[in-house]
Design a protein around this ligand. Structure first.
Ligand code: BGC
Length: 374
């Protein structure tokens, strides 16, 4: 009898253990909530929850000071609405506390995804981690989100590659327009808080440094560090003031042959400064294919720009949002970038250099810009 009782007890225990341990995997009909550590790209793909169609999606842009951000504002509105979502789109006028508040209010308003183009890549850690803790997905747009675990992925154009293209175009332009070297050039960088700006500069210097070292290029001012060349807040008027003082300080009796410029607004400021100082227009690079610069490239006033089409970047972001909504999680990508805290999934699109020679080809499917080539 004792033996029988012992046997029955053992059977009951085995059954109880099986019952407890048998359902550790979430079932597909009741998906698990997004686990708190699912942002670490090194993790196994997590089982993720989708969210309702028609959900609120926040888009937080840094400012509307260059054409690409204005395009992003319009295109996100149109495309998110077309996909049935409710967009809240805000721009923060280059003020970090304003951007933090705007993201905070997107969290309070029940956004399921927040898309962020940061003013300062490092200053949103706390609010993005708060978003993540609330189960919201965070996608970096055009710029990396640094030093935070509160990011699920980033959509952007290759930023080091962009700098390489800018520098290569500068060299091609010097050869084409300014005779035999050595050539006198100056270097400009973008806003130092923007994580793209040092990367643009780094990519450019990887192309230019060997030619500075062998004497083909002379930086007459001697200013070659990013910190010396950066343009606070991407402010065109600050770039123009720096160019004015470089010209009066170092080029009173010299020609300036070329200038590395990180974007189109700064390129036009540099060119204007040179014109006003009575210099021949130097070869100047750019970025964004802004309408005004596309016209200047076509008329020969600005040598080159780099196209990074906003429609492609917005479309890629909206695709990811749709995947998240459907419960399919973040799409696969081969690119992982460490942001100081975690490895982030990066969806990288290719930037394309534009000169007068290939402009018609590059803008073949962009009727607005094609129209400017007249
Ligand atoms: C963007 C550029 C833009 C610049 C200033 C960068 O992060 O990639 O397209 O010109 O910010 O707004």
């Amino acid at each position: 009898m004792k033996k029988l009782i012992a046997l029955l007890l053992a059977l009951v225990m085995v059954l109880a253990m099986t019952a407890c341990g048998g359902r550790t995997e979430p079932t597909t009909d009741a998906p698990a909530e997004k686990p708190a550590d699912s942002n670490n790209a090194a993790d196994e793909p997590a089982v993720v929850a989708g969210f309702e169609e028609g959900a609120t999606i926040g888009v937080s842009l840094p400012w509307l000071g260059t054409q690409n951000w204005k395009e992003a504002e319009e295109m996100f509105k149109a495309e998110l609405e077309a996909a049935g979502f409710k967009p809240i789109i805000q721009a923060a006028d280059n003020k970090v506390p304003q951007q933090q508040q705007q993201i905070e209010s997107m969290i309070q308003n029940g956004a399921k995804v927040i898309v962020v183009g940061p003013i300062d890549g490092t200053q949103l850690g706390a609010v993005l981690e708060e978003a993540k803790a609330a189960g919201i997905y965070v996608i970096g747009y055009d710029r990396l989100l640094e030093n935070t675990t509160g990011v699920d992925g980033v959509v952007q154009f290759g930023s080091v590659k962009t700098g390489e293209l800018q520098a290569q175009a500068l060299l091609d332009g010097l050869k084409e327009k300014k005779g035999e070297g050595p050539w006198n050039i100056e270097l400009f960088g973008g806003g130092p808080a923007d994580p793209n700006a040092p990367n643009f500069f780094k990519g450019a210097m990887s192309v230019l440094q060997p030619l500075i070292d062998d004497g083909t290029l002379t930086i007459v001012s001697g200013q070659t560090d990013f910190t010396q060349c950066a343009t606070m807040d991407w402010d065109n008027s600050k770039a123009q003031a720096r160019m004015d003082s470089l010209l009066s300080g170092f080029y009173a009796d010299k020609e300036i042959h070329g200038v590395l410029s990180p974007n189109d607004g700064i390129a036009r400021a540099i060119i204007t400064s040179c014109e006003q100082a009575g210099q021949e227009i130097p070869v100047v690079s750019g970025l964004d294919a802004e309408n005004e610069s596309v016209e200047w490239v076509w008329s020969g006033r600005q040598y080159s720009t780099v196209a990074k089409p906003t429609d492609a970047l917005v479309a890629q972001t909206v695709e990811i949002i749709k995947s998240l909504q459907a419960g399919n999680g973040m799409p696969a990508t081969d690119v992982l970038v460490n942001n100081g805290k975690i490895d982030v999934l990066v969806y990288e699109l290719p930037p394309v250099v534009v000169t007068k020679d290939n402009a018609e080809e590059v803008f073949a499917n962009d009727p607005g810009r094609l129209e400017l080539l007249k």
